[in-house]
Design a protein around this ligand. Structure first.
Ligand SMILES: C[S@@+](CC[C@H](N)C(=O)[O-])C[C@H]1O[C@@H](n2cnc3c(N)ncnc32)[C@H](O)[C@@H]1O
Length: 402
């Protein structure tokens, strides 16, 4: 029998095929859910062609400063998080940050014997989510208006908690409301970057451990779990960003002078590949580094390389600094080679130090998911911790490279 698809149905199939091809969907259950749930019902004013793109966020809500506080997330990020979560039939799942669509996908996967609760701090978004879920036929999803810092105790414990808003920490309520073998999938911010981390809990340990993380960006958490970062302006167009708990300070006049000095470039001979993995290694394996950011003007004027536009770790030593760049090199597997640009009176030394870190990563950790990330809630014995760690409000995050 040939099934006739409407326009949205055909676009949905094409979206799922594309998500499979790019590797965001890896399981039949996520593919089937994404093929079934009418995504357009959760962003009714958006053109269908946008709704069924793989990487497009929908229906943004902005605050008084024009910053996005809510979106229906891009389909590829939703697929990645659902795959990370490993949701199965009959599970009880809490989604933090609503929109409706992702909750409907989870409802499809858990099926009639499972249960889904989604919570949002914004009453508008709660209304939107309820309306979308009703239009699409998923009224049985529980939509709660609350600050997710405190979870939703009434409907727990949860087999899975899927956080769809940028978090800086894992508050005690999430762990209290998680089953002993549960999993939390969370876009966690540390060292001024975000990674979508899949944390597993085991009944034998109070700590959470992760063997799986991916790149991804989300709107920031509001409410009691909100966190800020510190941005130091070197020039009006160039800044250094660090975590709110960082104690790094910068010699801004010296760095400004360094920016005007002739850069020293050096090349590693190693492929430019998996830059997100290298970025994580640079930020969590040696001296503390800020993220260097620049406005397009600074790139256009040639003050910094275009890599800096989206942010890159910088090794800063007094009035000198270095960051990684790439150039075409057909001899490498990726067709590009990683190198370093350094500025300032100690450019040779700082550039050499960064290049040597890049070479160590390329030699010893050049693969996906090479870092072991763990979270140890306050009260856990952390006296024997080795490797990079950062103190959060409710625990300590560690990143180890072996
Ligand atoms: C990216 S959107 C969620 C997308 C949604 N899961 C979907 O189906 O596409 C993030 C949401 O998190 C919400 N949020 C931010 N801080 C929150 C908090 N503390 N508790 C609950 N929700 C929060 C925002 O209002 C926003 O609607």
């Amino acid at each position: 029998m040939t099934v006739q698809l409407d326009g949205a149905g055909a676009m949905r199939e094409a979206m799922v095929a594309a998500l499979r091809k790019e590797g965001s969907i890896t399981s039949g259950s996520v593919a089937s859910a994404m093929n079934t749930v009418p995504r357009h019902e959760f962003a009714p004013d958006e053109p269908l062609v946008n709704v069924y793109q793989t990487g497009t966020t929908l229906w943004p809500k902005t605050d008084a400063n024009g910053r996005k506080t809510s979106v229906v997330s891009a389909a590829n990020i939703q697929a990645i998080q659902l795959e990370q979560a490993g949701v199965g039939p009959g599970m009880n799942v809490l989604e933090i940050g609503s929109g409706g669509y992702n909750a409907a996908l989870i409802a499809e996967v858990v099926g009639p014997t499972g249960s889904v609760t989604t919570v949002d701090i914004d009453a508008d978004i709660v209304d939107r989510a309820r309306a979308g879920l009703a239009r699409a036929g998923y009224e049985h999803v529980n939509v709660v208006h609350a600050d997710a810092e405190h979870g939703v105790a009434d409907n727990g414990p949860y087999d899975r908690i899927i956080v769809t808003v940028g978090a800086w920490d894992s508050p005690p309520a999430w762990l209290d409301q998680l089953t002993p073998n549960g999993r939390i999938v969370v876009p966690l911010r540390f060292a001024a970057i975000t990674r979508l981390i899949s944390f597993d809990r085991s009944p034998d340990s109070p700590s959470l451990s992760a063997d799986n993380y991916r790149l991804g960006a989300f709107v920031p958490m509001q409410g009691d779990g909100a966190a800020d970062e510190k941005l130091t302006a070197v020039t009006p167009d160039i800044g250094l960003r660090v975590d709110q708990n960082s104690t790094l300070t910068f010699d801004v006049p010296a760095l400004r002078k360094a920016l005007n000095s002739k850069p020293v470039q050096s090349w590693s001979g190693k492929p430019f590949d998996m830059p997100d993995e290298l970025e994580l290694y640079l930020l969590t394996s040696g001296p503390e580094m800020p993220m260097l950011h620049a406005a397009q003007d600074a790139v256009d004027q040639g003050v910094v390389d275009r890599t800096v536009r989206i942010g890159t770790p910088a090794l800063v030593r007094g009035g000198s600094f270095a960051y990684r760049v790439k150039r075409e090199n057909p001899e490498t597997v990726s067709g590009y080679e990683t190198g370093v640009i350094a500025h300032g009176p100690q450019a040779e030394q700082v550039g050499g130090e960064l290049l040597s870190m890049i070479q160590t990563w390329a030699g010893e950790h050049y693969r996906r998911n090479a870092a072991q990330i763990a979270y140890h809630p306050n009260g856990t014995d952390t006296s024997g911790l080795i490797g990079w760690h950062t103190a959060k409000r409710h625990g300590v995050l560690t990143v180890a490279w072996s």
